[in-house]
Design a protein around this ligand. Structure first.
Ligand code: PLP
Length: 483
């Protein structure tokens, strides 16, 4: 591979770039073919990768060939392979091939979509792809939105708008001296809701963790009681956050009923559908989303289950005005006469990546039918895996199967500590095998294993493999003694 850095620009010339792209493309295609043979979790000790990278930056340019070889040897070998077909932990995700190519194009043009005029097409592609997503998940045309980095940022941004709508004048006066505010979310919601409250200056104590029913869904009557109690104390409710697809069990809060409570009290309703949102593309799953069209804001992450690369989180809303009211601020040097939306007005960041392109490329290259079919397949695989787990008699479900997520544990009639230890050891044994990767959670104070299907690479045989590994580990490890 040629290795000339242009002495004037300090950048590669076209031949060097072409050769590097070809080498990176070759590596990428090869990696995608062999990732299933690699251990999902790398065999590295903490600090090992850093040591291999060396202490000091090189003063002289090195060839990309060498850099790529080191990437392969020291970096790729130290990755947890999210694109491994046996990756079933957390909310498993994967990068669909078109999104890889889109990332290349995004980097190639390297635009900043802060204002319409700083890259008109970037703003318009983002608005188009968000609208295509809105249509695909069946939300009304009144909804529009932006693409942010993560669901945590989207929920935080929604809370800032909700805080302003709650009648506070935080934008002008700050929080000091204002009313106490409260945020309502279920015991099962993601920590990003709590973190948003911390970041928005509401404080930890402002978060009301509302009780759930035995299927881990927020109870509307408990929400009503909590809001009424706060109002009686002079606390102002700022936001209700319902979740469709909670982090542990993928349970679905009754959004319609919770929305009715929120509306009765004039409280902002945010729906966290970060994981499960894309499933609204599947007609048989639509009922899970009933009522979300009444929300003031919704977050769903194409980077979780739709197959875009991280990061791509879509924040949707029927009205942009509250978002602008909370954060829009245009210094003279960013003023422009164009009427088109300036997406920097929604949210904290000024600089904005051209994320819309990867969603647009995905829609173009896969199509909504193809995307829905993958989601449907994942849900069917998870349901079949759950049925087989229970059939074996060793494992029991710890929660109803929801979307593509299964919570289970090896059933143990003895004391809880022993049962928990057994389950922990089973998971460690399966993960150590390198063929599958599961994660855990806690439900009803008991240690629970989770399996979530979300990768385009996962096939039936990978679920066969993990089920075999689970049964083998349960057989080999005795619940009575440490393994
Ligand atoms: N909401 C839910 C339901 C989640 O499960 C997660 C993460 O898994 C998040 C929000 C946070 O997502 P992000 O990493 O995009 O901030």
């Amino acid at each position: 591979m040629p290795d000339h850095t242009d002495r004037t620009s300090g950048d590669w010339g076209p031949e060097t770039l072409r050769a590097a792209l070809e080498a990176a493309a070759e590596w990428t295609v090869d990696y995608r073919q062999r990732v299933g043979e690699l251990p999902v979790f790398p065999a590295v000790e903490p600090g090992g990768v850093r040591r291999a990278l060396g202490d000091r930056p090189p003063r002289e340019p090195q060839s990309f060939e060498r850099v790529l070889a080191d990437f392969d040897e020291h970096i790729a070998s130290g990755l947890t392979h999210w694109n491994h077909p046996g990756f079933l932990a957390y909310f498993s995700s994967s990068t669909r091939a078109p999104s890889i190519v889109a990332e290349l194009l995004i980097a190639a043009v390297g635009v900043n979509a802060m204002l319409w005029r700083t890259s008109p097409a970037a703003t318009e592609v983002e608005r188009t792809s968000v609208d295509w997503l809105r249509q695909a998940v069946g939300l009304p045309a009144s909804f529009s939105g932006v693409i942010l980095d993560t669901a945590s940022t989207s929920t935080f941004t929604a809370l800032l708008a909700a805080r302003e709508r709650a009648g506070t004048a935080v934008r002008t006066d700050g929080l000091a001296g204002g009313p106490s505010l409260a945020v309502y979310t279920s015991e099962q919601s993601h920590s990003s809701v709590e973190k948003s409250a911390l970041a928005a200056g509401l404080g930890h104590r402002a978060v009301r963790r509302i009780e759930v029913d035995d299927a881990f869904r927020m109870r509307p009557e408990a929400l009503e009681t909590a809001i009424a109690a706060d109002l009686a104390k002079g606390v102002r409710p700022a936001m209700v956050c319902a979740t469709v697809g909670t982090t542990s069990t993928a349970s679905v809060d009754p959004v319609e009923a919770l929305g009715a409570v929120a509306r009765r009290h004039g409280v902002w309703l945010h729906v966290d559908a970060a994981y499960a949102g894309p499933a609204a593309m599947v007609p048989e799953q639509r009922a899970n989303f009933r009522g979300w069209e009444t929300a003031d804001s919704i977050v769903l992450n194409p980077h979780k289950w739709l197959g875009t690369s991280l990061d791509c989180s879509v924040l949707l809303y029927p009205e942009a005005a509250p978002f602008r009211a909370s954060l829009a601020l245009t210094p003279t040097y960013l003023e422009s006469e164009d009427d088109e939306t300036n997406l920097m007005d929604i949210g904290l960041a000024l600089g904005r990546r051209f994320r819309g392109l990867k969603l647009w490329v995905l829609f173009r290259c896969v199509g909504t039918d193809g995307l829905a079919e993958t989601l449907r397949r994942h849900i069917a695989m998870a349901e079949a895996a759950a049925a087989r787990l229970v059939d074996g008699g060793v494992f029991e479900l710890a929660a109803p199967v929801s979307f593509s997520t299964v919570c289970f544990r090896a059933a143990w009639a003895g004391d809880q500590a022993t049962g928990d230890r057994w389950n922990r050891e089973i998971m460690a044994r399966v993960n150590a095998g390198g063929r599958s990767f599961l994660s855990h959670t806690e439900l009803g104070r008991r240690y629970v294993l989770r399996l979530s299907v979300g990768s385009v690479h996962t096939e039936e045989r990978h679920l066969d493999e993990v089920l075999d590994a689970l049964h083998r580990a349960a057989d080999e490890l005795s619940p009575g003694e440490p393994g």
